[in-house]
Structure formats: structure tokens, C-alpha cells
Design a protein. Structure first.
Length: 242
């Protein structure tokens, strides 16, 4: 097992073009093996334990109903953004009426009788059966909410900096999720595999954290979690993987 893990460790280091030595990798893996023995023996008792992956692999269901509280909170935040984007009170009032009509039913698809209000005040096209989130996005783009920028702090506690963001994107994503019920099945993994710790935040995703080996501020945390006695990694994977 250790020889195979060593080769997999090397592959991750090569992927991120990180310098390493055979002795260093061996030291990391030895610490991992010694510290994870308690978890290893415990997890091996699970009927879905996968020895090759050093993980419990199972199916999970995610059910999400329409979240009225989040709809209300996010709509209020979008309306505040609309005040900044709209050129005068009349334009803003038109935007507000149209947005409230699009969200009034707390439904994935608004009632058809609301569409005339959205068209009249929002000045956009919308068809029966169209999702509320698509209508809202079209409405917000029409009123230029996506152009609003603001300064936000980023970075690690000892290396803070200011960057420019567009708040609309996050607000719209939150509102769209709240309005779209979902039933999603995923493959889930509860792992103590060393390489899952190394890539606990990796560049293959659309996001990464400070633990990413490619430039993360706390990338040394990967080895720290790998070498303690209590940490495990939980993640879900796409169905294209087996």
C-alpha cells in the first residue's frame, strides 16, 4: 500500500510543480500512517469501506425546497443594489414592481398573470413557463445591476488586500438557488487518503481556498491535516467518476 501511495503523492507534487524529496514524502506518509491508525481501523468496519480509495464511498440525496426567507432577504439586497444602479426614482420604482412580481409567488415558475406586469414595468420579454430565476436575471441585466462594483477585503489575516467585486453575481446565485427546488443524487466520499488531503482545495474546480497547493496562503495545512489523528475529508464527486 505504501509504495502505491508514494507514487500517487509524487503525481500530485508533479501536477502542481512542487519540489519534493523521496525522504520528505516518506516522512509525510509515515506520519499519516501512524496518526491515522485509529481512524483507519474504525472506518474499515464500515460496510461501504473501499480499501483502494481509503474511504467510505456512498450515495447521498440532496433535497432543497423553496426557501421563502432567503428569497425575501436576497430580494431586499437586490433592491438595494437596484437603488444604486437606477438613474432616478421612476426607473427604480419600475424595477421594484417588476422584481416583486417575479418573486411574489415564491415559485420556480411565476403565475402567468404576473407576466404582463413584469413586461410593462421591466421592459423585458418573458414567456409562460419560463423560470423565475431566468426572468429575474434578464430584469437585473436590463437595469444594469451587474455593472455595480464595490471594494471588498480578501486574502489571509496576515496578508489582507482590497479587490473590486461585482456583488450582483453572488446575490443572483443565492436567489436562484432559493427559488429552484432540487432533488440531486451524488456520490459522496469520506476519506483519509493522503492525496485527498493534498488536494483538499484543488485547481480542477471552479473555486479554490487558501489550502490550494497552487498559491494558497495556508497550503501547508494540507500536510498538517494529513498528519493528525482526527481529520477526515468529505466531498462529493460527479457521476462521470466511478
Amino acid at each position: 500500500m505504501m509504495d502505491e501511495l508514494k507514487q500517487q503523492f509524487y503525481e500530485v507534487m508533479h501536477k502542481y510543480q512542487k519540489p519534493f524529496s523521496e525522504e520528505g514524502v516518506a516522512a509525510n506518509l509515515t506520519q499519516w500512517y501512524e496518526q491515522k491508525q485509529g481512524l483507519l481501523q474504525l472506518l474499515r468496519k464500515h460496510p461501504l469501506w473501499n480499501e483502494k480509495e481509503l474511504a467510505i464511498v456512498f450515495r447521498v440525496e440532496e433535497r432543497r425546497e423553496i426557501d421563502r426567507i432567503t428569497v425575501d432577504e436576497t430580494r431586499a439586497a437586490i433592491l438595494e443594489l437596484g437603488r444604486r444602479a437606477c438613474t432616478d426614482d421612476t426607473v427604480y420604482e419600475n424595477f421594484e414592481v417588476a422584481l416583486r412580481a417575479a418573486t411574489a409567488d415564491y415559485a420556480r415558475i411565476p403565475n402567468e398573470y404576473r407576466l404582463d406586469t413584469i413586461r410593462q414595468y421591466g421592459g423585458i420579454k418573458c414567456a409562460p413557463g419560463q423560470k423565475a430565476s431566468r426572468i429575474i436575471n434578464r430584469l437585473c441585466l436590463k437595469f444594469h445591476l451587474d455593472q455595480i462594483e464595490e471594494e471588498a477585503e480578501a486574502g489571509e489575516p496576515d496578508n489582507r488586500y482590497t479587490r473590486t467585486i461585482k456583488p450582483y453575481n453572488a446575490l443572483f446565485a443565492r436567489l436562484a438557488d432559493a427559488l429552484n427546488p432540487a432533488h440531486i443524487e451524488k456520490t459522496a466520499v469520506l476519506s483519509i487518503h493522503p492525496c485527498d488531503f493534498l488536494e483538499m482545495s484543488n485547481r480542477d474546480n471552479t473555486w479554490s481556498s487558501c489550502h490550494c497547493l497552487e498559491g494558497g496562503g495556508y497550503r501547508g495545512g494540507c500536510q498538517s491535516y494529513m498528519g493528525d489523528a482526527v481529520s477526515m475529508i468529505f466531498f462529493t464527486v460527479s457521476d462521470e467518476y466511478t
